[in-house]
Design a protein around this ligand. Sequence first.
Ligand SMILES: [Zn+2]
Length: 474
Amino acid sequence: MTYNGSVAVRLNSESTIQVTCPDAAAEAWVRDHAKSWFSCAPKVTQKVAPSGVDQDEAYTLAAKAPGMIEIGAKTLQGVKYAMHSLRQAAERESRGNKLLGYWMAEFSIEDEPSLGFRGLHLCWFPELSATLIEHQIRLAAYYKFNYVVLESWGVFQSKRHPEVGLKNGPLTIDEAKRLATLAKDLGLTLIPQINVYGHATHARSMGGKHITLDYHPEMQPLFEPGDGWNWCLSNPDATAVIRDLVDELHEAYGRPPFFHVGGDEAFEPTCPTCRAVTPYGKLVAAHFNAVHDLLKARGARMLMWHDMLLLKGDPRWKPLAKGNSRWKPFYANGRKENKGIIDALPKDIIICDWYYEAYEADPSSPNAYPTIRYFREKGFDVVTCPWDKVKGIRSQGRYACATKMFGFLGTVWHHFSGRRFEYMMRNSSDAAWGGESQGGQAVSFHWRQMGWDMGIDSYKETGFYDVTVSRDGR
Ligand SMILES: [Zn+2]
């Protein structure tokens, strides 16, 4: 990027946005979004021709005085990214209390992502509104993530198996379609997720809730006895329900190219039939294979968490970089009955390797992230998944770019409020794109802009908290 802070470029109805892109749909897209984002109608012209930009998601963007904006891209996606950057660069120009339009310093940008898969994993808990989820998806697109994995925590209203979700769950088939269409328009693909192994409660383990069993005792055969945390994988009726849900969700999201099946933190089997299968991992692998084959037939690649595929306590999963003793081992939750699952899985599955520590590794060290290296040596594409530790987010992003990994998947889990959310969004988006946050992104302002796009008029839905303060003073 180069810029000249002493020259102002204006963006208002007198300005021109000139697009060079082979995709003829760009002109209308730019016109529509310029109008709604900047409340003015600049002249938009397009040269339907190559722009000299080679990479699919790359773009060039230049602002020239007095009011010329030039965009170059190979694809409409690149044009969308240029427009997101333009919106981030533009500030309001005003006289007194009158908003005249927007202006910015004269600048020129050439930009391209380092990773092809830049994902953000979001949880739709029953307590969260559709408005909040849409707000998060819009911000993810604004920050140039190209995928959002949207995990249903019991909120999916299945038509085929309504009892496997909350009654009146907000994620209806129509809502999934609406969100997928909206995300697509902004340059982002929604990836559905349901858990096909453990986490079958669709509720957090410490909460004692079970989205299905709390209301349907007759559904007990589908789950392992006890807390029902695992699906009962020796029961063909249970695995058929799971495949139905995968099929239905994938269709509802508009048949995206990926589907996340969870697969983490499963417990030991407890029913006599599952326990009689030795090793139990055979049953698990056969189930994953069946879901994989279903998805493959539907044109989607399967994503899954990594931790049950590694044996807990294996000394190879210890960080070897500086401060070895301080760092938690890389996550591995497999027990002896899980041994061998990894070798029974098709190699086109994408392994989502999560590590949530503030660990910093030198990407050139062969031992930087041993679990990632292990899966890659087995022939799998791997995405690295940090959570909320800024150092870890940056380190994993650097490692993914330096070693040309398949991608990056930031997670948020239940920390979608306050500064933590702000830091995650800022640093994960930068790490996924291949840069380092300079701390200049005004996340709260960008969040507000997304709220304007949605027409939010509820106090609770603004900002990063439901309320500014509670009566307890918290
Ligand atoms: Zn069982």
